[in-house]
Each structure stands twice: as structure tokens, then as C-alpha cells.
Write a protein that binds this ligand. Structure first.
Ligand code: ATP
Length: 228
């Protein structure tokens, strides 16, 4: 599992006078579980894009276990993400035409030959996420099942951190609760730090710490005392 240290982070976009994100300091110990909340436009996705390396950071540092994401080139960030960060997105990002199993192993297969141990782990993760038929075509699964496949895929390479962006937003309540359960339980069992952007109180309340953004600034932090 990886710790996170964000220092002096400022994200700006062309044409905007002020930064859309401005974070002086955010420390997350390895294995912590953080919820990022805030109104629409408050900077949640920009923060996720910065800490996962999807967006280039020009001001500040983002240390995952000591490695500064802000100093890596584009392809180095992609490699770091593939190796260390499991991503779960609101709209699943699964590939139709492929089975549940094929979706879980696709990122590995695109990078290298799938080992017997990885194939075995993919089957185990699908079992742990309650997907009974790994050969079922992904487009025939329910939305809740699709997101559970995405959770299995995120965990396949034993990432040190799992980052989920609104993972329950497009699910009904019971499917959302199942996915929330899985994310919290499996990230703990697999020893991954967990960072979740969510509007869903049922999910954020299950995490150890909540921060709230407004105008790109952290305005509430339930863990400020411990983190100081
Ligand atoms: N590429 C961009 N160019 C210009 N402005 C941007 C860009 N991306 C984001 N912004 C602006 O940055 C601010 C923060 O956006 P961001 O998507 O991070 O918010 P959010 O909290 O994730 O919102 P939501 O909950 O609606 O997804 C918004 O005002 C948005 O318009």
C-alpha cells in the first residue's frame, strides 16, 4: 500500500484567472480510506486526475510512497498508474463484446502476456466480487455486476492504491451498497489505500476520512487533527 503526500498543488486551465484547485498540504497514510466530496465544479475530478497522473501537474508535488508523480513524463505516469493504481470510474469503462473475465485481464493482456497466476487471480477476484459466470458477455450483465467486474479489474495487478470516481453514482441503491461494500472490504483485504470521489453519503460514511472541496480548496477535513 502507498501513502500520499500532496504539497503546494495548483491546477490551472488556460483562460481562467484563478486556479481550479489549490491544495497546500494533504497527507494520507498508507492503507487509509479517503472520501473526496464537494459540489459540482469544486475540483474533485481535477484532484483525481492530478493524483492518478491523468493530468500533468506543473505546480506542486504528488508523492505516492515517495515517488513524485509531478516529476514524471506522460509515459512514466501511465506506467506508474498501470503498476500502482487501480481505477474504478462512474461509467465502468468496460469493453462490449468481451466477457467479464476478458475485461478483467484486458489491461494486462495489452501490456504483456497473461501469466497462469494472473488468470487464476482474475478468476478468484471475479468470484470474490460475486460474478458467478466469468464467461458472460459484459453487455449482458446488470449495471451493478458491471461495476463489480470493474472493481475486480482494478485489483488484478495488486495495486498499492485504488482510486474510484463516483463508483456508485449510476447504480440503484442496493447495487450501490454492494459496490461500496466490495470497494471497502477488498481494498482492506488486498492492502490498498483507497481514495473515492463520491456524492453518496452511504459510501463516504464508510470511509475513515472525508474531505470537502469548494472552489478548489479543502474546506472541511474530518481527519485534520490526525493528519497535522
Ligand atoms: N480542461 C478544462 N479547461 C477549463 N476548465 C476546466 C477544465 N477542466 C475542469 N475545468 C473547470 O475546473 C473546475 C473544477 O472542475 P472539476 O471537473 O474538477 O469539478 P468536479 O468537482 O469534479 O465537478 P463534478 O462533480 O460536476 O464532476 C470547474 O469550474 C471546471 O469548469
Amino acid at each position: 500500500m502507498l501513502s500520499l503526500d500532496v504539497t503546494g498543488l495548483e491546477m490551472r486551465f488556460p483562460g481562467l484567472a484563478s486556479p481550479v484547485l489549490s491544495i497546500d498540504r494533504l497527507h494520507l497514510p498508507a492503507g487509509a480510506r479517503l472520501a473526496i466530496t464537494g459540489a459540482s465544479g469544486s475540483g474533485k475530478s481535477t484532484l483525481v486526475n492530478a493524483i492518478t497522473g491523468l493530468e500533468r501537474v506543473e505546480h506542486g508535488s504528488i508523492l505516492w510512497g515517495g515517488e513524485d508523480m509531478a516529476r514524471l513524463s506522460g509515459w512514466q505516469r501511465d506506467a506508474f498508474r498501470a503498476r500502482h493504481i487501480g481505477l474504478v470510474m462512474q461509467d465502468f469503462h468496460l469493453f462490449p463484446g468481451l466477457s467479464a473475465f476478458e475485461n478483467v485481464v484486458l489491461p494486462v493482456r495489452l501490456a504483456r502476456r497473461l501469466s497462469v497466476a494472473e488468470a487464476e487471480r482474475a478468476r478468484l477476484l471475479l468470484d470474490m466480487t460475486g460474478i458467478a459466470r466469468p464467461a458472460q458477455k459484459i453487455e449482458t450483465l446488470s449495471r451493478g455486476e458491471m461495476q463489480r467486474v470493474a472493481v475486480a479489474r482494478a485489483l488484478l495487478s495488486k495495486p498499492g492504491v485504488v482510486v474510484a470516481d463516483e463508483p456508485t453514482a449510476s447504480l440503484d441503491r442496493s447495487a450501490g451498497e454492494e459496490v461500496a461494500d466490495l470497494l471497502v472490504r477488498l481494498s482492506r483485504e488486498e492492502g490498498a489505500t483507497l481514495v473515492v470521489v463520491t456524492h453518496d453519503p452511504a459510501l463516504s460514511e464508510r470511509l475513515d476520512r472525508r474531505i470537502r472541496l469548494a472552489g478548489g480548496v479543502i474546506i472541511e477535513d474530518s481527519g485534520e487533527a490526525e493528519a497535522a
